[in-house]
Design a binder for this molecule. Structure first.
Ligand SMILES: Nc1ncnc2c1ncn2[C@@H]1O[C@H](COP(=O)(O)OP(=O)(O)O)[C@@H](O)[C@H]1O
Ligand SMILES: [Mg+2]
Length: 638
């Protein structure tokens, strides 16, 4: 029996996203002071140095504050990452004790933003003001709209997909007429299988790809094959970086690709592929320029007329105003039309799930490709699905799931991704497990393979036995000839500490040892950029960064490193306590990600006395022993 979700399934999802929205807002507000301002600013969640320009009242008498920021010659407006409807907090840090003011972003233009205050008007404190985004309303609205559409759809292709995804309809297939001629002739047999199954499936196919097994590579081949067969393709992923990764691979194929989304949030090297860039370069752009120039001319003329004499008569001012507005609208309409034209002619349109505001084409796409599918919640996944007839998912539910703020929403279903649900519903014929990985030495791969993939993974010959010492300019030192080293800190006195401010844990002994080891790797010729230090705890990240003198050495949390790799990874597990508590190390999917980021050398630092109380870590220690990789921290303590 297939598990059939209950009839009120979509109602429940609608409730869950409301709960999640409130939880996200509350958490962001609580965390405002924890993340450094510069970091928040690069993420687009904060705008500093604002001044209150005016106060006003909006529809319904809502108090409005109009804030502006003096330009500092930035390439993009400081407000690019903000969206109308975002929930925000305003702080006046120059005025000690001034309370935070909350509101909603009402209007955004290049130099000014307008915030509608939540409550009754307050007397604005003096001085500069900082704006922090507490939650993006836009994505929630889009999820809500998508879920409602899916729920009530009757004839459209989305109704068909919904019924399949709810286990109410069978999927269908159509055999290929002739053997495939592959565009990428390096694909391995499992990758070829995945491409074939995806092309034969008429509704949906899943590609389950463990770390480094070439999911994105497979998706690119599926896209190319589908375009050859006349398909219009939409390619989507939950994060900008994942979309850019796919875009980068597609740009080499010669397909006509368009990347939707604001250029400010897209990698520099890929900006030429954005819709805005393509509109700007369109041969028909001159007509827009003419409209804009004409508008500027009128504005200047009006200014001149106003500066002469006592100003303009009402009628005259009004006719200028109307003419200017018409020209502005005509230019924007033309721009929009050009954009639609470019999109309609593209082979592949790329966008984040949350970046889709309305139907992109008049008709649904023939194929939707979803990369990093196990990193998106089900409601978010439905946003792009409403635009297509067929979907191919790629992901790995045994790596980290999407971040969810509300434990309640997580337990009530938001924690299960559509990818996981479909793994249970869909027949074998619609699913492939990729098995050959192109990243790790086989000893690094082995533990993950055994724990998570029933031992199914294989290391490609090109990486199977590679070690750091095989790299150019790297010495043949003993540590660099190993693929895996577990450094046991039991009995070393390195104890964990609770960091109150960050609400997280740290372990100074481990931090110093990790930095000492990275120093040893560099002394032996491994460049800092090839080394990463990872740890599950934010407090340990902070401590490591404050102790490290080298800015080129990448130190980070595991969650932020999913999808990436380094030649050598040092992993500091932090936990060391007499009770044997491992806390959130219990989420072993996080460890799966952490241990599979290293290509040639993985060094794990942790206290066996604490860790071995948990079966996963006990088995890891046994695995290390079996591979003669279990060492004591005493070897490094002088
Ligand atoms: N069949 C293959 N032969 C050689 N290298 C491959 C093959 N498939 C993937 N790779 C390489 O493996 C790495 C990971 O591929 P990618 O498609 O990004 O994987 P994933 O999306 O699963 O993380 C890339 O460097 C890619 O070029
Ligand atoms: Mg990928």
């Amino acid at each position: 029996m297939k598990p059939t979700p209950p009839p009120d399934y979509f109602e429940n999802l609608l409730d869950l996203i409301e709960i999640e929205r409130d939880a996200e807002r509350a958490e962001n507000e609580r965390k405002l002071d924890l993340m450094p301002v510069q970091m928040r600013e690069t993420l687009g969640k904060t705008v500093t140095r604002l001044v209150l320009a005016r106060e006003d009242f909006g529809v319904g008498g809502h108090p409005l504050w109009i804030l502006s920021r003096p330009s500092h010659g930035e390439e993009y407006s400081p407000f690019q990452a903000l969206n109308q409807g975002d929930l925000v907090a305003l702080s006046f840090n120059d005025t000690p004790g001034a309370p935070r003011v909350k509101g909603t972003l009402y209007d955004i233009d290049e130099f000014e933003i307008t915030v509608a205050l939540d409550g009754s008007p307050e007397t604005p404190p003096k001085g500069r003001c900082q704006l922090d985004v507490l939650g993006s309303e836009a994505t929630y609205k889009r999820m809500k709209k998508a879920l409602v559409n899916v729920q009530k759809a009757e004839k459209k292709s989305v109704a068909h997909l919904r019924d399949i995804f709810m286990g109410k309809k069978e999927v269908s297939f159509e055999a290929l007429e002739e053997p495939l001629s592959y565009q990428n002739n390096k694909l391995n047999k499992y990758q070829k299988q995945a491409v074939e199954k995806a092309l034969e499936a008429k509704d949906v196919a899943l590609v389950h790809g463990p770390p480094g097994t070439g999911k994105t590579t497979v998706l690119v081949e599926i896209i190319r094959q589908s375009v050859v067969r006349g398909a219009r393709v939409l390619a989507s992923a939950p994060s900008n970086i994942a979309v850019d990764n796919l875009l980068e691979k597609l740009l080499d194929t010669g397909l006509r690709v368009v990347r939707m989304g604001h250029p400010a949030r897209i990698l520099d090297s890929l900006r030429h592929a954005t819709l805005s860039a393509q509109v700007a370069e369109h041969y028909d752009q001159s007509s827009i320029r003419e409209l804009d120039q004409e508008r500027e001319r009128l504005l200047k003329q009006r200014a001149r007329a106003e500066s002469r004499g006592r100003g303009l008569a009402w009628e005259e001012r009004h006719s200028y105003q109307t003419a200017v507005q018409k020209l502005w609208q005509a230019a924007r309409d033309r721009e929009y039309a050009l954009g639609r034209e470019i999109l309609a002619q593209a082979d592949v349109v790329l966008v984040t799930h949350g970046g889709i505001a309305k139907p992109i084409l008049k008709k649904p796409f023939d194929l939707l490709i979803m990369d990093e599918a196990s990193q998106a919640t089900e409601p978010l996944s439905w946003v792009p699905i409403t635009q297509t007839k067929k979907v191919v998912f790629a992901g790995d539910p045994l790596q980290l799931p999407p971040t969810i703020y509300s434990d309640d929403a997580k337990k009530r279903g938001l924690g299960t991704t559509l990818f996981e649900r479909l793994q249970k519903i869909l027949p074998e014929k619609a699913q492939t497990l990729l098995r050959i990985q192109y990243r790790m030495h086989e000893t690094i791969m082995g533990f993950s393979s055994q724990q998570f993939y029933k031992g199914a993974l294989e290391a490609d010959a090109s990486v199977r036995a590679h070690t750091a010492s095989d790299l150019p300019h790297v010495k043949d030192a003993p540590l660099l000839k190993e693929p895996l080293v577990y450094i046991d800190t039991a009995g070393s006195g390195y104890e964990e500490r609770w960091n109150d401010l960050l609400e997280s844990r740290e372990n100074e002994g481990e931090a110093r040892l990790a930095l000492q080891l990275s120093g040893e790797l560099r002394e032996n010729g491994l460049p800092a950029k090839s080394i990463g230090i990872l740890t599950p705890y934010v407090a340990q990240v902070r401590l490591l960064k404050s102790l490290s003198k080298d800015r080129t050495l990448e130190i980070g949390s595991i969650d932020g490193f999913q999808g990436r790799e380094k030649e050598a990874i040092l992993l500091s597990l932090v936990r060391s306590n007499p009770q044997g508590e491992v806390g959130f190390l219990e989420d072993i999917r996080r460890m799966n990600v952490a241990m599979t980021r290293a290509r040639r050398l993985l060094i794990v630092i942790g206290d066996s006395a604490t860790l071995s109380r948990h079966p996963f870590y006990l088995q890891f220690i046994e695995y290390a022993e079996k591979h003669k990789a279990h060492r004591s921290a005493w070897e490094w303590i002088s």
